[in-house]
Design a protein. Sequence first.
Length: 187
Amino acid sequence: MQALTLMRGGLFGLCLAASPLAGADDLSWTYLDVTVEQADPDIGDADFGFRAEGSLGLLLGFYGFARWEEVDVEDVSGDLSAKDLGLGWHIGLGDTVQGLAELAWSDRELGPFDTDGYTAALGVRVAPGDRWEFGAKAGYRDLDANLEGGYGEAYVLWKFAGVLGLTARAELAEEANRFGVGARISF
């Protein structure tokens, strides 16, 4: 009987501890986002490229994510390629607001040059209604070969058909600014 009482108390405590993670129910942490983007790297002109990003919601507010970007740079032999693989954590800050923290392994390639390191970011996601979502984050990349520094990123998502939506995003960074439009499917 004491074991049952302890289990109930433990379950109640777990539910109570997880309650701050609730909130912003319209935000999905499991999605696939594909974007056509334009980059303006410091080293030359670039053609249109693409960005694919996926996120998988895990337990206790954690999520895993991966990003891949590819842009053809005209003045250099080869593409500008960016890859990130990381883990994030989110917490409810209100009924429609989630705060987030991310840490990722990052890799950047430009022609024959290849460098990697880490990226850390803090941000927010806001869902003020059923169809709209906004997000912003600020971060720091520490990569070899002098590719380090801060960046800022923001996006808007319009959900036009349940789980389907259109996105617009911008990233301002020291090595290259990126702007794009795309589509997202949320699960």
